[in-house]
Ligand binder design. Structure first.
Ligand SMILES: Cc1c2[nH]c(c1CCC(=O)O)Cc1[nH]c(c(CCC(=O)O)c1C)Cc1[nH]c(c(CCC(=O)O)c1C)Cc1[nH]c(c(C)c1CCC(=O)O)C2
Length: 345
């Protein structure tokens, strides 16, 4: 087997450098829309797929081989490191994470263990090492951000309005502070361990932080996010920060010591630039468009490419994860289209 040359387009774009083609990867690029994934998932629970490094590596590679994307993202979940520190979480198909022992008080926060990656998540580190031997594209490591993790830990599962989470934040400030500190420490330790094992970029998912207004974001979240990104800066590995419905927070994000901002589909690239966002951008096709006629999908993808490539260093992605009813062929066609895109000058 001859080793393919390493495709570093994604890493160059993260650093804001010009690239030969626009790099692309998709959030939730490994998942139920793939028949091969469904076949493996039929044999294992979600966490079992995490625990067996060969399975984890196989599922991580699936979309790279099948779609030809420019980066792989480790197959795990934002909940993966919470289980060994004392969160009784399960991933239920079609629902998401469900937690049997939600956090209700400072005592519950104090009960959480400190993450020791070598003993708590050795299988994650092993999967990364295996993948680095096999991949010819960069491997993205990731973690959930404190607010988003806390929302599951407090609500006990998915939520619409995060009212328990926000009520806890407002009424139990000391417990909230302690929780943010613990989750901040955990995120730093976990991502440092992933980087040491070989992750070449990291994405921090703050999917639900858009539930906060900008003042609350600054008071309750900016300190912990600043601490996380500052602690990882010395690794030299590009850092991406992503959230949904967070257009009103973009200027706060632009001030964080992070390299790349991930946009959802609600805020166009042009709007973000007009607001004053100067960071490298990643995004932001509405994943529902994967279900639309090709012409409509292509037109929107072209618009995003035209806007994104106005400055060097742009990464194409979806504005949120691939849905289970998307078609592999559509993602293949989209990837080809992005790779063949040339900017009209
Ligand atoms: C909020 C969040 C979670 N998990 C994640 C986030 C942040 C990104 C986002 O906002 O989507 C992150 C995540 N989850 C998963 C990955 C793996 C890598 C990849 O993107 O391919 C990543 C990066 C696998 C997964 N995580 C999950 C699946 C589906 C599991 C299955 O097969 O049943 C996958 C492939 C489960 C999960 N876990 C979570 C949800 C909302 C769900 C989906 C529920 C469902 O649709 O069934 C929590």
């Amino acid at each position: 087997m001859t080793a393919k040359t390493f495709n570093d387009t994604f890493l160059k774009a993260c650093r804001g450098e010009a690239t030969e083609h626009v790099p692309v990867w998709y959030m939730r690029q490994a998942g139920r829309y793939q028949p091969e994934y469904r076949a493996i998932r039929a044999k294992h629970s979600f966490f079992e797929m995490n625990y067996i490094p060969e399975v984890c590596a196989e599922v991580t590679r699936l979309p790279v081989d099948q779609l030809g994307v420019d980066a792989a993202i480790l197959f795990a979940d934002i909940m993966t490191p919470l289980k060994p520190i004392g969160v009784d979480v399960n991933i239920e198909s079609g629902i998401g994470p469900v937690i049997a022992n939600p956090i209700e008080s400072l005592k519950d926060v104090e009960r959480l263990l400190e993450l020791d990656p070598e003993t708590h998540v050795p299988y994650i580190l092993e999967s990364i090492k295996i993948l680095r031997q096999q991949l010819s594209v960069p491997l993205i490591g990731f973690a959930g951000a404190p607010f988003t993790l806390a929302s599951y830990m407090i609500e006990g599962g998915p939520s619409k309005h995060y009212h328990k989470t926000k009520a806890f934040m407002y009424t139990e400030p000391a417990a909230w502070q302690a929780l943010m500190e613990k989750l901040g420490d955990m995120t730093i330790t976990y991502l440092k361990a992933q980087i040491k094992a070989g992750a070449q970029a990291v994405q921090v998912f703050d999917s639900w932080v858009g539930a906060l207004n900008d003042e609350d974001y600054r008071e309750y979240i900016t300190p912990v996010m600043t601490r996380i990104f500052n602690a990882l800066k010395d690794t030299g590995v590009p850092m991406i920060y992503f959230g949904i419905g967070a257009g009103h927070l973009l200027m706060d994000w632009n001030r964080l010591p992070v390299d790349v901002v991930g946009l959802d589909w609600r805020t166009s690239i042009t709007t973000a630039r007009e607001m004053g966002v100067t960071k490298t951008l990643q995004g932001n096709l509405d994943p529902t468009l994967l279900l639309a006629p090709w012409e409509k999908l292509e037109a929107k993808a072209k618009e995003i490419l035209d806007e994104g490539t106005k400055q060097p260093g742009f990464i194409f992605n979806l504005g949120h994860g691939v849905f289970p009813d998307a078609k592999v062929e559509t993602l293949q066609q989209l990837t080809k289209f992005i790779h063949s895109y040339k900017r009209d000058v």
